[in-house]
Each structure stands twice: as structure tokens, then as C-alpha cells.
Design a protein around this ligand. Structure first.
Ligand code: NAI
Length: 286
């Protein structure tokens, strides 16, 4: 397959990341089909993409024709069987067994030529690919949040990923207006591995009563970080951030430095997942 052969892209999961990834694919001219098991998630994604495109117009970055063209490229479905595409990008919850079962189903629906990409933050691509026939077409395509704004994409090759597939995904990222960096397969890849202590140490400070959420966030911002660790966890999704830490803790043989925080676990149990749920470390008017 060549980059020019890619005409249709499927997005699995219409949450925080799926929304933004779908938007950039549609804006780049690809017929983009978004699938989610929750009808409400699909509706939220439709509204969020519309809001983002309107904002782009207000800022003079898009014309009305650009907006209409992007909207025309988007379809939403609750039926996974419709996802017969050239490339599928999976962005569902950070759980290996969920991702593996989706990839198996995708492999049944599509021909072996379809590239199956995962937006996973931390799960080794080799593990996801192990569940799929033709694992050479499974690759990591890790966008950053918010996906319609952040330029970086990590392209991750698993043990079986073919160099051609990784190369096409790198080219595709470029076509989406992103800068792709090729990385090897390792839990958390590069960015999430380096960034992990930003969250885990902040949570330890909170647990030890050294400082409160607001103080830690203000200090880290004042020291040059764009966002403090707690507002960033709320943006990412407290549940997603917790799952990423948990998955890395397991993958690194329970090394103490990756131990997930009880405070974070409690927020997740309470459904306080950050901005997307209206409540996390802070409260939001959604
Ligand atoms: P999210 O919780 O906001 O959205 C997940 C979506 O997947 C939900 O709409 C849910 O209904 C849907 N879903 C769950 N099971 C499904 C299934 N079997 N079939 C179809 N849809 C299903 O999660 P978020 O934050 O968008 O994360 C998705 C993936 O992207 C995860 O692997 C995460 O690690 C990764 N990621 C997240 C980032 C972030 O900042 N939130 C940044 C980069 C990657």
C-alpha cells in the first residue's frame, strides 16, 4: 500500500482522543468513520468536532468551505461491521484485553491489507498485535491531547510491524499536519515514560500533605510548565491517566516508581474523571 491508496480511515472510540483524531483525518480529506459502543459518545464527538471547527473559523484558520468539507467527510456509527477501511485507528480505553478483542474483530472485518493502528499511551504494540493474524500491519500511532492541536505523533513499531507499514503511518501523520517520530516498542514509549514522574510525584506530594492541588499546579506553571500536573490529569482524563500508570507499573514488574496513587484510584471509582465528567481534581461547567 502507498500513502495515495489511503482514502478511508476508521476511528474506534469517540472519546477524548478519538474525537480529535477523527477531526484531523476529516480535515485532511479522508472519508472518516467514527465508531463507538456508546451512542452518547458519538453524539458528544459530533458536537465537539463542530465546536472545534467553528472555533477554527473564528480564529481565521478555516473557511466555511473547509468546515463543510470536513463535516462531509465524517460519518458516525454504532455498527463496527461498517468499519471496512484502508486504515483503522483505535482509541478506546487503555485495557489490553479490550484492545485485543477489537483488533481481532477488525481483522475479521477487513482484508490483511488494512493497517490497524493503536493510539495506546502505554501498552506494547507487540502485545496488541499478538492477538491478530497478519501482525505486520499492526502499528502504534500515538497522538497527543488535544489531538486536533498537538503536532507530535509517536509511530511505534512492534516486534512484528513491517517497516513499510510504519513508514506509511509516518507519512500519513505528515498528511494530517503532524510531526511523526519513530520509536521502538517499550511500555509508555518515550513521552509517557519520561512524563510519568510529573504525575506520580505530584500525587505523592498530595498524599503526604506537603502541598495542595492548587499550590502544586501554580508552582509547576510558574516554573515554566504549560500546565500543572493536576490540571493536566483532568485534561487527559483521570481514569485514562490512572490506567496508563497501572499498565506501566505491571509492565515494569511492579517497580515502585510507577506505583499508581490511591487518591487517583478513588477519584476514578467515584466517576470523577476530569474535564470530560465535569469533576476531577477541579470542577468544570460542561
Ligand atoms: P476516553 O475514555 O475519553 O474514550 C474512550 C472511548 O472508547 C469511550 O467513548 C468509550 O465509549 C469507547 N469504548 C470503550 N470500549 C469500546 C469498544 N469496545 N468499542 C468501541 N468503543 C469503545 O479515552 P481517551 O482518553 O480518548 O483514550 C483512548 C486511548 O487513547 C487510550 O488508549 C489512551 O491511553 C490513549 N491516549 C489518551 C490520551 C489522553 O490524553 N486522554 C493521549 C494519548 C493517547
Amino acid at each position: 500500500m502507498q500513502l495515495e491508496d489511503i482514502k478511508t480511515i476508521g476511528i474506534i472510540g469517540a472519546g477524548t482522543m478519538g474525537q480529535g483524531i477523527a477531526q484531523v483525518c476529516a480535515q485532511a480529506g479522508y472519508k472518516t468513520m467514527v465508531f463507538d459502543v456508546e451512542a452518547q459518545a458519538l453524539e458528544k464527538a459530533r458536537q465537539r468536532i463542530l465546536q472545534n471547527l467553528d472555533k477554527g473559523m473564528e480564529r481565521g484558520k478555516l473557511t466555511n468551505a473547509d468546515k463543510e468539507a470536513a463535516l462531509k467527510n465524517l460519518t458516525y456509527t454504532g455498527d463496527m461491521l461498517q468499519l471496512r477501511c484502508d486504515v483503522v485507528i483505535e482509541a478506546v480505553v487503555e485495557r489490553l484485553e479490550v484492545k485485543q478483542s477489537i483488533f481481532q474483530e477488525l481483522a475479521n472485518i477487513n482484508t490483511p491489507a488494512t493497517i490497524l493502528a493503536s493510539n495506546t499511551s502505554s501498552i506494547p504494540i507487540t502485545q496488541i498485535a499478538a492477538a491478530v493474524p497478519n501482525p505486520e500491519r499492526v502499528v502504534g500511532m500515538h497522538f497527543f491531547n488535544p489531538a486536533h492541536i498537538m503536532k507530535l505523533v509517536e509511530v511505534i513499531s512492534g516486534a512484528a510491524t513491517s517497516p513499510e507499514v510504519a513508514h506509511i503511518i509516518k507519512e500519513l501523520a505528515g498528511k494530517l499536519g503532524k510531526t511523526a517520530v519513530m520509536t521502538k516498542d517499550s511500555p509508555g514509549f518515550i513521552v509517557n515514560r519520561v512524563a510519568r514522574p510529573y504525575y506520580t510525584e505530584a500525587l505523592k506530594l498530595l498524599e503526604e500533605g506537603v502541598a495542595d492541588v492548587e499550590t502544586i499546579d501554580k508552582l509547576m506553571q510558574a516554573s515554566g510548565f504549560r500546565m500543572g500536573p493536576f490540571e493536566l490529569m483532568d485534561l487527559i482524563g483521570v481514569d485514562t491517566n490512572y490506567s496508563v500508570t497501572t499498565s506501566m507499573f505491571e509492565a515494569f514488574q511492579y517497580e515502585a516508581r510507577f506505583r499508581p496513587s490511591h487518591i487517583q484510584q478513588q477519584l476514578v471509582n467515584a466517576g470523577h474523571c476530569g474535564r470530560k465528567s465535569g469533576q476531577g481534581f477541579y470542577t468544570y461547567a460542561n
